[in-house]
Design a protein around this ligand. Structure first.
Ligand SMILES: [Zn+2]
Length: 95
């Protein structure tokens, strides 16, 4: 998670630098601004792309659980059983 934030900040500052350079250097400016905007955009959107919330029923008790798919598992809030997240699906830990 910290790695993602670090990469995002690097990408963000790189985007700003490219845009500033693009404003200073008129000949290749539009290219730099274009690349800078892409870099800025991806740094803002990127972290959200890999993290999608899942809403699936607990395999033990059927209670709907909301969890980020970046997690490997979660304990069901209703029955306290350990639920493993695999391929965007909830499975029982002993199955
Ligand atoms: Zn449950």
């Amino acid at each position: 998670m910290f790695d993602k934030i670090g990469a995002s900040v690097t990408s963000l500052s790189m985007g700003v630098i490219l845009i500033v350079l693009g404003l200073i250097i008129p000949v290749i400016g539009p290219i730099l601004i274009f690349v800078g905007v892409i870099s800025l955009f991806s740094s803002i959107i990127g972290p959200f792309l890999g993290i999608k919330p899942l809403r699936l029923p607990c395999p033990y008790c059927g209670t709907e659980i909301a969890v980020m798919n970046s997690k490997k598992g979660i304990n069901c809030k209703a029955c306290k059983q350990r639920v493993v997240i695999k391929d965007n699906e909830f499975i029982k830990i002993n199955s």
